[in-house]
Write a protein that binds this ligand. Sequence first.
Ligand code: ZN
Length: 198
Amino acid sequence: MEYFSGHISDLIEQLASLPGIGTKTAQRLAFHIISMPEERVERLSKALIDTRRKIRYCSECLTLTDSEKCPVCSSAKRDHKTIMVVETPRDLAAYERTGKYNGVYHVLHGAISPMLGIGPDDIRLKELMRRLTGDVTEVIIATNSTLEGETTAMYISKLIKPTGIRATRIANGVPVGGDLENIDEVTLLRALEGRTEL
Ligand code: ZN
């Protein structure tokens, strides 16, 4: 039997469909939202819609941003000759939080996974290769240390070899199977500093 009216049920259902939010949390959030002043609810929904509408891929590194180039790519203070390849914008954020990496990024939006049928053409590799025709001295491959991440790293290193550009892989300080975004900054920095030649 339905405890809640259609609108409340729908709100709970929508919230529960988000990652990491179970039914109980969804209910708590739903009732919190209902009790909020109407203008706060409007601000919240406007933020959701505006972000969704305005968000786009950076024309250089393909991270998610709301202008043609993301803040990292538009900064003259960054070393544009060093490109760190990551799987997701969240991985980029993890390295940005360390505050110690001064190069730029390339976001693949995924990793090669033969099991899931995700091939090299399904991630943003062509865009990476296009960037490497420019003035680049090093590509740091910082894909996750999962099977998919390692497969992708190997594939990229093979692509880069003929270009003569230095390719490095972040060290194994990052635990096997670990997602970059969940790893603390010290470990990330150690992995970056201990990177090895490919
Ligand atoms: Zn960018």
